[in-house]
Design a protein around this ligand. Structure first.
Ligand SMILES: NC(=O)c1ccc[n+]([C@@H]2O[C@H](COP(=O)([O-])OP(=O)(O)OC[C@H]3O[C@@H](n4cnc5c(N)ncnc54)[C@H](O)[C@@H]3O)[C@@H](O)[C@H]2O)c1
Length: 373
């Protein structure tokens, strides 16, 4: 099994998830390149050292620039706040490295475009962390839509709601810093926008309403001094897909009680599919035309018949989790680097998603429909 050197920048929530996935992937996918954890960098050097000890990286530092030019690093994984992705990704691309970057890849579509063009010009493979669409049960949903099992699609209702910013005393942090881009619409809206594109294809028009609910936040944990918040807490958009149907999309990080309501209802002339990440191993299917006595939603449970579920577990119903989705994403990325199919989502797809986010922000400012250009 051929080895490939990996360097991870950032050791927070996603840094850990990436490290776990790179460690697991060759055990789950026997044909995969085998990642070698070469280097980890974090602005907080102690955090980098802790991650190195925990996961077995050979080197740890506070200097991400030396990580991206390290000759033993062939893949750079970027799990830092959004506003620094561009500088780090462009440096990695310039050093000829394949880049795995968290979403959203940049604050604005114009930045994402520069990153995408640089990667394509350099011929490196890119991967973006829209991990939720790697769920095998979503692969089933997409294949049912493509095969026409739902008939003509007439409606999409999508949502990504959580409550991690609902408390007005959650301190000001990089997620609400406008230099990193939009608020909820970018942070979690990017996931449901990406998912809608994965299922139904391009979105061509948007009208949106973005609201800030928590107007100020403590400058640091427990501080009396507060800083004004300028990004959205709730973003709602009505969208039109290129294929003709309309949809609604909500991004909401102040939805008290909701921990991971990333989900959708897709309705066609022959049926409806319903999914929620809160029960990520289930897809609900309503087929039109059944005898009314027994008509209703059928619960389809994930199992080895939904590839690559069987790579993880031989038994149906035993359930995949969030970290497994990241492992599938890493497997797809390494397969593309090895010359196999490029499933993405890559920087080009991330740019397409970013354009929709930018259009929603602009539409809310102008209070009107805008084309996604
Ligand atoms: N795919 C997903 O499901 C998912 C989930 C959460 C977050 N994310 C994305 O992952 C990224 C990171 O989010 P997180 O929740 O892990 O954040 P986090 O705050 O938990 O971790 C960020 C890490 O980056 C480090 N860091 C900050 N600036 C740095 C710099 N200039 N150089 C090096 N290290 C730096 C911090 O010290 C920290 O360890 C964001 O883009 C976010 O949108 C994706």
């Amino acid at each position: 099994m051929q080895e490939i050197g990996v360097g991870i920048i950032g050791t927070g929530f996603m840094g850990k998830t990436h490290a776990l996935a790179y460690r697991a992937v060759a055990g789950v996918f026997p044909e995969s390149l085998r990642p070698k954890l070469v280097a980890v960098a974090d602005i907080d050097e102690d955090a980098a050292k802790r991650a190195a000890a925990q996961f077995g990286f050979a080197r740890a530092s506070s200097d991400w620039k030396s990580l991206v030019t390290d000759p033993a690093v062939e893949v750079v994984s970027i799990t830092t706040p959004n506003r620094v992705h561009k500088e780090q990704a462009l440096a990695a691309i310039a050093a000829g490295k394949h880049v795995h970057c968290e979403k959203p890849i940049a604050p604005r579509a114009a930045d994402a475009k520069i990153m995408m063009e640089a990667a394509e010009a350099a011929g490196v493979v890119t991967q973006v962390g829209f991990n939720y669409i790697k769920n095998p049960i979503l692969g089933l949903a997409r294949s049912m839509i493509v095969a026409g099992e739902l008939g003509d699609i007439v409606s999409f209702r999508g949502i990504h709601a959580e409550d991690y910013m609902a408390d007005a005393d959650v301190p000001y942090n990089w997620r609400v810093d406008p230099s990193g881009g939009g608020g909820a619409i970018a942070d979690i809206g990017s996931h449901i926008i990406g998912m809608s594109r994965f299922l139904l294809g391009p979105i061509v028009e948007v009208i949106a309403d973005l609201r800030t609910v928590v107007g100020s936040r403590p400058v640091s944990p427990g501080a009396a001094e507060r800083r004004k918040v300028e990004v959205d807490d709730i973003g709602r958009a009505i969208v039109r897909f290129e294929r003709g149907c309309s949809g609604s999309i909500e991004a909401n990080w102040v939805a008290l009680g909701r921990k991971m309501q990333l989900g959708f209802e897709v309705t066609g002339t022959k049926g409806t599919l319903v999914f929620s990440q809160e029960r990520l191993n289930e897809l609900h299917f309503y087929r039109a035309g059944a005898n009314p006595r027994e008509a209703g939603f059928v619960r389809i449970e994930a199992g080895p018949q939904h590839a690559p579920y069987g790579n993880f577990i031989v038994a149906p119903g035993h359930q995949l989790g969030f970290n497994e989705l990241k492992t599938i994403e890493v497997a797809d990325f390494l397969r593309a680097i090895a010359g196999g199919e490029q499933k993405g989502p890559d920087f080009r797809e991330a740019w397409e998603i970013q354009k929709i986010i930018d259009t929603a922000i602009q539409s809310s400012k102008e209070r009107r429909w805008l084309a996604v250009s």
